[in-house]
Ligand binder design. Sequence first.
Ligand code: CP
Length: 305
Amino acid sequence: MQHLLTGFELDQDGYHQIISLAQSMKAQPKEYRRLLDGMSAALMFEKPSLRTRTTFELAMFNLGGHGVYLDLGKGDLGVRESVADYARNLSRWVDCLVGRVFKQTTLEELAATGSVPVINALSDIYHPAQAMADYMTVKEHLGKVEGVKLAYLGDGNNVANSLLVAGAFLGAHVTCFCPLNCGPDVQVFNKAKEQAAKYGAKLDVTDDLSLLKDYDVLYTDTWVSMGDDTPLEAVKKVFMPYQINEELVKSSNASLVMHCLPAHRGYEITDAVMDGEKSVVFDEAENRLHIHMALLATLLNPNRG
Ligand code: CP
């Protein structure tokens, strides 16, 4: 793996290795303090972030390196200077580009024109590091990912896409319950299905909530993605049947409730569920740090291979 742009760069072993390394780093962080000594990453953010920005910066620090945060929220990337020239400049100074961008094509251009690894920290289509932290959390709580039944409820966004991709490689059974015309990206879904066939995973999309029975994990995310100005109230009627509330948790028999955060309490998830005993949302948030450390170590480790 040279870059992490979509999650399709890895095979099943690659996913298992990164999750295992993240678990080892979580258990024994001191063992890894000098791994990326003197190395650096540019953290390029076109959109706001709490978890991703904090944990990538800390991940570099925890491995002995340094993260340089670049606030690109004013639309500088590709305007003040071309995306390619950003990549060419930054590649002379840092060992990795971490990008949270509006368009997946921006990450692809950074990877094509720069000379250092590029990591997707969220785009319009994918959020691969999020999905890795989520499946690490599932493994911690249920002891495995293979065969685990995960129901994603709500908008078929970048997080849903990446849960399908990573779930396919890890042998999970992922069903996206989404309102009509709000499902995950069709191309991503079809490509993930090809991988699912190899690894015993099952992927489905439906709007039929009567099928939501006997799932191990319920997962949701915001109904309106970052950068979309649609008020939540405007989509509430369509999405409210997919809200994770106590009644839905009970009827599904799920043992875990997940949310990548930030949550819109009272919309896609209720307070009672988010703060309830089945919620592992802050474990997911914590695991972002460990997964980012494992990803950076895998892509940048000067001693590898
Ligand atoms: N889940 C997630 O990516 O959080 P941030 O937007 O705060 O980074």
